[in-house]
Design a protein around this ligand. Structure first.
Ligand code: NAI
Length: 400
């Protein structure tokens, strides 16, 4: 049975999935390891599980010469040399959806707190003041929530917000099915002009940099609220600071920042510090016990599916093949250089060993091809050696 090595205190839910699938040879480490120790720990690993701090760089990949698959038990995957892993025929999986609900709940909670001006009122009570007033405090019911980016998180917020009685309008660069009674705005400008609360759920990067700038903020209704739990570069912070201090924007909640502290002791550097109508959180939108548990389960299931069936759907660096029921006696997972005749070469190699192909599915991504082949016949060690030794082959395995 494959050896599994898990780093960085991955949630016990992962171990439960592995155990249910019969994988019991599991080594665990409570933290990320320095390079030399990491390489030693990886020596026999076939399944590698990491979180964001373990650097699966070129040297680590070379040390992990038995590795068949890597699971990032987190969202980001830039701690892995993804291209290097692909070149070695190793798919890399992550958990892009497991913390969706956690972000959605935080955003709605913040919308309610800001509509009621709770951050300021909380501060005043702590300071010895008892400002009992309804001025500037509103219910969420009946207010318009504008969601920019109607993907996993944006659409989840949409249904929760409607349950609170909010009206939902959204803007996305792709055509999206509106959930419930939500309505697609004709443009981001139209959304900004209508919404009492605007929340951002777009990806980071050049295409979304500062989409909320001074001009966008000035389109928002006077007294509106802005929430950003997506990526720090999406909001022009000096422009938001100006809109908050002028009173045009009544409140804001930010979970992400253009530059974020690298350690617990480093303070955030932002002009928004100290503003009483601003909630600042340390990029914890997706950080809950439930999301950690979900991540453990989601990634472990993807790793087991790959080992049992060769499924690579959702892999971040690899041709994606969906779950396919096994049709023959044995299944071969073959990764090869994507060049003309590769599949024909593989098939004639199998035929020369008396193996009859009963099912075959190929997917390529430009550089490599990945093919699942179900065969009838005896896949002996000699067949595996012949397949692995062939110059077209990057990697070849049998399913568990
Ligand atoms: P997703 O990929 O499911 O959805 C993003 C949506 O934005 C897509 O529908 C896309 O078409 C749309 N989009 C892209 N560019 C756009 C633009 N210029 N205008 C309008 N729509 C645009 O992503 P998901 O999972 O919903 O995550 C959204 C964001 O939240 C990401 O930036 C992610 O990194 C961040 N995030 C933050 C967390 C936190 O802890 N604060 C935790 C999880 C995700």
């Amino acid at each position: 049975m494959a050896q599994i090595v898990l780093f960085e205190n991955i949630h016990a839910s992962a171990r439960a999935v592995f155990a249910a699938a019969g994988y019991t040879d599991i080594a665990t480490f409570s933290s990320a390891l320095p390079s030399a120790e990491l390489q030693a720990a990886l020596r026999d690993a076939e399944i590698v599980g990491i979180r964001s701090r373990t650097q699966m760089d070129r040297d680590a990949l070379a040390a992990a010469h038995n590795a068949r698959v890597i699971g990032c038990f987190c969202i980001g995957t830039n701690q892995v040399d993804l291209d290097g892993a692909m070149q070695r025929g190793i798919p890399v999986f992550n958990a892009p959806f497991s913390n969706t609900r956690s972000v959605a709940e935080l955003v709605l909670g913040e919308a309610i707190l800001l509509l009621r001006r709770i951050p300021e009122k909380n501060l005043r009570v702590h300071q010895g003041h008892w400002d009992k007033t309804a001025a500037g405090a509103f219910e969420a019911r009946g207010k318009t929530l504008g969601i920019i980016g109607y993907g996993n998180i944006g659409s989840q917020i949409s249904t929760l917000a409607e349950a609170l009685g909010m009206r939902v309008v959204f803007h996305d660069v792709e055509a999206k099915l509106p959930l419930g009674n939500a309505r697609a705005a004709t443009s981001m400008a139209e959304l900004l002009e209508q919404a009492d609360v605007v929340t951002l759920h777009v990806p980071g990067g050049k295409s979304t940099e500062n989409i909320i700038d001074a001009a966008a903020l000035s389109r928002m209704k006077r007294g509106a609220i802005l929430i950003n739990a997506s990526r720090g570069g999406v909001v022009d912070i000096p422009a938001l600071h100006a809109a908050l201090t002028s009173g045009h924007i009544a409140g804001a909640a930010l979970d992400v920042f253009p530059t974020e502290p690298k350690s617990a002791d480093e303070p955030l550097d932002s002009p928004l510090l100290g503003l009483p109508n601003v909630i600042l959180t340390p990029h914890i939108g997706g950080s809950t016990q439930e999301s950690q548990e979900n991540i453990g389960r989601e990634v472990a299931e993807k790793l087991v599916r790959f080992m049992e069936f060769g499924t690579t759907k959702g892999a971040v660096n690899f041709p994606e093949l969906p779950f396919i029921e096994q049709s023959g006696c044995a299944r071969l997972l073959h990764v090869h250089r994507n060049q003309p005749g590769a599949l024909a070469t593989l098939d004639s190699l199998l035929a020369s060993h008396g193996l009859n192909i009963v099912g075959q599915t190929l997917q390529t991504n430009g550089e490599i091809g990945y093919v699942l082949t179900d065969v009838d016949g005896d896949v002996t060690d000699a067949v595996m050696v012949a397949l692995r030794d062939h110059p077209i082959t990057i990697r070849c395995d049998r399913t568990a």
